[in-house]
Design a binder for this molecule. Structure first.
Ligand code: NAP
Length: 505
């Protein structure tokens, strides 16, 4: 079940939002009385509640907005309970002030917005002595170890509660912060009775809180369970990644019991995370900027392409092994071959004996240059940073030219692997239009927008134009196969990407 928290300043608005949520199928709502600007009137709010309701009055210490005295807070909580809501949230240290009353069930809570409690078992024991119906612990991990320690604790306590049947007290455990989002998405996997969410983006009142509709539609929360396989993406930042969308929708479409979560990690957290991910049911991860290089030293085995390119974008966890792949290079090269009417299975690629110029010397450039070379293409690279281009050329044993010489260079295939032309700077292009000629293949790794200025110019000059959407979809399809063993639908993923890009405008 998903609980939606309503935190707004007026009674009228709170009642209206509660009704809207009930009408859209929400079954549990938390009313945050500390957000009300006027003195809370529980007699107005609780009797008309259209769903099961949790009453919460959070003080500042735990991130709440209660401005009045503690005595008045206790008075308000007692008055609220007298109205008979289904649940009341009481912080562990004040729970004794508010004795159990009537049918209202007690959620005994603990919050730490700075750190993770050292002794979770001792805290749980103390909370268990306060007549809880549920125990809620929301804390802030300071490291990946903290997060894993907490998840293990929550899983164990919920397992014990299940064994005890009706007498068992289940734990809602939330890791606050962006990385903690995964604990909110995976609540059912970890045996929690429900997870908290918010009404809309503007109403995010705790770090990492998710919007109700995203939990339902993007992360298919209601379909997850303790057997759900977990996949995710590590990188930083991840705010605009389309990977959760296309993988999650494909899982639902193909009835695969899996969920794909964002895992924004700091550089220092990558090693600890990759080493222990499998212990927590994580089966595979996509890896994006800036961790594609750092993750390599954590692998137990890798595809030769990973070693040669020096970047890994996919890790599969299996039987203690951490297997590394690079699906970028194959996706980019295949998308060009398909545009030329070729087939990735052809013995001799349509790219054989062609001459390519790669712009950029970062991760995408390395992957494409490597892939083209493997297909028999003579590859030349250039980058705004001459030294970087030289180093890349040396590593891949390809040619290098000066960045300023790119417009005069004669090639059959041009691959833009710089961010030039990317939203919002859509009026820029990395190569002069005059340098394009009919029959040339122009590939642009940039996929937002799909039709960059370079791609538009290429079409108008009679070139074969291949957008970055093809590479993005291609690398995701290959990842999906590595993760699940099943073939993804490129058509389905492509449409999702195109819709998401245009909706973001
Ligand atoms: P990266 O590792 O940061 O490399 C970017 C390269 O572009 C670097 O060589 C950089 O030069 C150069 N560059 C940056 N700004 C430039 C400018 N204004 N003019 C000329 N060169 C510039 O990034 P990446 O991972 O390779 O990604 C490059 C592009 O490909 C991005 O737009 C990314 O979104 C896209 N991409 C697409 C896919 C896909 O699936 N379609 C996959 C991966 C990447 P320096 O040497 O000076 O840093």
């Amino acid at each position: 079940m998903i609980c939606v928290t309503i935190a707004c300043g007026s009674h009228t608005r709170m009642i209206a939002e509660h009704q809207t949520l009930a009408d859209s199928g929400v079954q549990l709502v938390e009313l945050r009385l500390d957000f009300l600007r006027r003195e809370p009137d529980v007699g107005r709010l609780i009797p008309v509640r259209p769903t099961a309701t949790i009453i919460t009055v959070r003080r500042k210490l735990e991130g709440g907005l209660w401005r009045d005295t503690e005595e008045n807070r206790f008075r308000l909580l007692r008055a609220a309970i007298a109205e008979g809501p289904e649940f009341v949230d009481l912080e562990v240290d004040i729970a004794d002030e508010i004795p159990p009353y009537g049918k209202t069930r007690r959620i005994i809570s603990f919050h730490d917005i700075e750190k993770m409690p050292e002794n979770l078992d001792a805290l749980h024991k103390e909370m268990s002595g306060k007549s809880p119906y549920f125990i809620k612990i929301a804390a802030t991990p300071r490291s990946v170890d903290d997060m894993f320690r907490f998840i293990r604790f929550v899983q164990q306590k919920n397992q014990q509660a299940k064994t005890l049947g009706e007498k068992g007290v289940r734990v809602i455990g939330i890791c606050m912060g962006e990385t903690g989002k995964a604990t909110r998405i995976l609540a059912k996997k970890f045996g929690m009775p429900y997870t908290y969410s918010t009404f809309s983006e503007e109403r995010v009142i705790a770090p990492g809180m998710l919007v109700y509709r995203d939990l339902l539609d993007l992360y298919h929360y209601e379909q997850t369970n303790q057997d759900t396989d977990v996949y995710g993406i590590i990188g930083n930042p991840l705010g605009h990644s389309l990977s959760p969308l296309i993988h999650n929708r494909s899982f639902v479409e193909q009835k695969v019991n899996a969920v794909y979560v964002p895992l924004p990690l700091e550089d220092s957290e990558v090693s600890g995370f990759v080493q222990r991910a499998e212990e927590f049911g994580i089966k595979g991860i996509s890896v994006t900027i800036p961790h594609k290089v750092a993750v390599i030293k954590e692998l137990t085995r890798m595809d030769p392409a990973v070693e040669k390119i020096g970047a890994c974008n996919t890790v599969v966890f299996r039987g203690g092994e951490k297997l590394g792949y690079n699906t970028d290079y194959l996706a980019a090269v295949s998308s060009i071959e398909i545009a030329l009417g070729g087939n990735t299975k052809d013995e001799v690629s349509v790219l054989d004996n062609k001459n390519a110029l790669v712009l950029g010397a970062g991760g995408a450039a390395m992957a494409i240059a490597y892939g083209l070379k493997r297909r028999g293409t003579a590859v030349t690279i250039c980058d705004i940073n001459g030294n970087r281009a030289y180093e890349t050329a040396k590593q891949l044993d390809i040619e290098v030219i000066d960045w300023k010489a790119r417009d005069k260079f004669k090639c059959d295939v041009l691959a833009n692997c710089t961010p030039v032309g990317m939203f919002p700077k859509v009026d820029e292009t990395p190569l002069d239009k005059a340098a394009l000629h009919p029959g040339m293949v122009v590939f642009d790794a940039v996929y937002n927008p799909e039709n960059t200025l370079l791609i538009k110019n290429a079409r108008s000059k009679g070139c074969y134009a291949v957008s970055g959407v093809e590479m993005f979809v291609g690398q995701a399809c290959l990842q999906y196969k590595l993760f699940t063993g099943q073939k993804a639908s490129a058509t389905f993923m492509r449409q999702l990407v195109k819709d998401a890009i245009s909706a973001a405008r």
